[in-house]
Write a protein that binds this ligand. Sequence first.
Ligand code: ADE
Ligand code: ZN
Length: 349
Amino acid sequence: MIENKNYYDTIIFMRNKNIHNLIEKIPKAELHLHIEGSLESDMMFNLAKRNKIQLKFKTIDEIKKAYEFNNLQEFLDIYYEGAGVLITEEDFYDLTLAYLKRAQEQNIVHVEIFFDPQTHTKRAIPFKTVITGIRNGLVDGEKKYKISSKIIMSFLRHLEERDAFETLEEALPFKEWITAVGLDSSEMGHPPSKFKSIFEKSLREGLLTVAHAGEEGPPEYITEALNILKVSRIDHGNASINDEEVLKELIKIKMPLTLCPLSNLKLKVVKDLKDHPAKRMLDSGLLVTINSDDPAYFGGYINENYTALANSLNLIEEDIITLAENSINASFLTAAEKRAYIGRIKAIV
Ligand code: ADE
Ligand code: ZN
């Protein structure tokens, strides 16, 4: 009996080891990453010092204690407070490069990052300062770390649509740097339909659209994002698992979902990762991808998200390969670029 147990423990240990090796080495894209959510607490302290800003927290321990959230809003309150240390172009540049360094260590080959301009322009930081810092970080990061990238400008849905119009006006001189617009922040009570006109204008300007939907909100928000905002991807989309019709539609139109398991756990979208819908979604043929959302706040970057999910849902090697391929296929890269990255995945499996 005891010997049997050791035998099975060894098998499980070997299986996990193989999966973890695969997760680490497989080339992958990250499609749901808020650059402000990659602000690690040590950098937060350093920037607060550099910019002479008084933080609410005195020690790293105090910060870690504050990172216990019961829902999305509790997290957002802390996240916006943390972003207050970002002042200069150099701050945004440093933040972006620090993320790319981590990304390279985890074999990320392409990133499509969100930034929230209104979080900064509301504090009188010029739009140009924010986007120039991030853009220069991405350009230098591509040379240094060989990671290609796109920028997604997100509107804050707790603000009014007219605020988003002001932001788009400020963004238009920098349109060449922006691939898509997104929608984030407090979901409940702020349905996608609230932003119908600004998304229409963004599409007319040649920008693609994505939106957070069905993270805490109902499946109807996913339908609105598809039909009214004409999105190319749904960010999160967890609620689709509770609605047969929505699920069918997402599968039929091959709509990618950018799932963020550790975020869902920390924000209590799921009680336990064993309850996460990722595997059921994969098996039903949905085009799901795995991402880190706000890694500095949720306890892990992309590989920790893959690993936690693999452990909780008993993912197999084929699942990991599918997830990595999905991340490339769901990106805004050209068909030729996608083929090249998929070729790199095939070369290691
Ligand atoms: N902004 C940063 N992270 C977010 C999330 N998980 N949901 C909505 N808005 C966000
Ligand atoms: Zn997000």
